[in-house]
Write a new protein. Structure first.
Length: 336
């Protein structure tokens, strides 16, 4: 480890990493101070922490974990910092009140799985994310169900890219139901591809996060990546592929059955969705809800149910999801 700890001060061997840890104009330090209720003074390559003993211990642990991750090539931005805060807060809730805060810090790197892609290393941020990755690597069919921002689609595509890079699958197939969420496809300009592409954009974005643009373009040209609306899957058998159905809550029961029966030899299939955000017309049943009821007892299939504590997008997203959950007007029954 590249730091030396004294009773009040942390000293760092790499000034470059320390600058990255502190953030531009020390914005990261300011966020940590506000969150932990301490004062942090930066002098050269040292950080001195002042405050209540338990708060200082917690802050030391947080800072050393952050610096250790930077030493191992990881990045630190506002989103990552929020994730650290969330993990520590989650752990506090689960621990008995008389345990010191310093023992409540999540060991972020000890047990969580990592996915290596060409552009970045992706690590699970919660127990459910860890279980989701493990299931995708061990089962042929996995469902990831839960609120927005829990990393369901992002992790699924990361696993697909990793398996493709290792030669374990020959193709990545990404699909979504082209269901309108208040807008009308017919009023959008352009041909069918141009109308449908906006629905597929989150899938393009995730791919570009894991692969260089030139590599993605070549894979499109060779047919190694396919992104298409769910309706285009009918009548096909998908072999030696990693297949992701995103926004599965917007598939009808017949569409879901059609999709699940596309699974061919050598393939793995992942279905993601949020049953609180169903955009099907009123009175139409969600294929994802039905699949969960029919298939949940099959040992060959894993269902990972994400909660608001798994949200890693932004701390405010987590609070919004909880507010909607507490509102009795917003429920699955009222939507369907």
């Amino acid at each position: 480890m590249g730091f030396i700890e004294s009773s009040d001060t942390l000293r760092f061997s790499s000034n470059k990493l320390l600058i990255e840890l502190c953030g531009q104009l020390d914005t990261n330090l300011s966020k940590i101070e506000s969150w932990a209720g301490v004062q942090i003074i930066r002098r050269g390559n040292a950080l001195s922490i002042y405050g209540a003993k338990d708060d200082c211990d917690l802050t030391r642990k947080l800072i050393t974990d952050l610096y250790s991750d930077l030493e191992h090539g990881k990045t630190l931005d506002e989103r990552e910092l929020d994730i650290y805060f969330q993990q520590i807060e989650d752990q506090k809730v689960k621990q008995i009140k008389n345990i010191k805060k310093s023992s409540k810090v999540v060991n972020k790197s000890s047990n969580y799985l990592e996915i290596k892609t060409q552009k970045k290393l992706v690590q699970a941020k919660s127990n459910n994310q860890n279980s989701f990755i493990n299931s995708m690597l061990s089962k042929e069919l996995v469902f990831g169900i839960g609120p927005a921002g829990t990393g369901k689609t992002y992790l699924a595509i990361a696993v697909g890219v990793s398996l493709f890079s290792q030669g374990l699958v020959e193709k990545i197939v990404l699909t979504r139901p082209a269901v309108e969420a208040g807008e009308r496809l017919g009023f959008l300009p352009g041909d069918m591809k141009e109308k449908v592409d906006p629905y597929m954009q989150p899938l393009y974005d995730a791919l570009n996060d894991f692969l260089p643009v030139k590599v993605v373009s070549k894979m499109y040209e060779r047919g190694s990546i396919e992104i298409a609306p769910l309706a285009f899957m009918r009548g096909r058998t998908l072999k030696d592929s990693f297949i992701v159905l995103d926004e599965g809550q917007n598939a009808s029961p017949s569409q879901m059955k059609m999709f699940l029966t596309r699974l061919g030899i050598g393939s793995r299939m992942v279905v993601t969705g949020d049953i609180t955000q169903i955009d099907l017309p009123k009175g139409f049943r969600s294929g994802l809800v039905e699949a969960a009821e029919i298939l949940s007892n099959m040992k060959e299939i894993d269902f990972i149910n994400f909660k608001d504590v798994d949200i890693v997008r932004h701390s405010l997203v987590r609070k919004i999801a909880r507010a909607y959950e507490k509102n009795p007007i917003v429920s699955l029954k009222s939507e369907n």
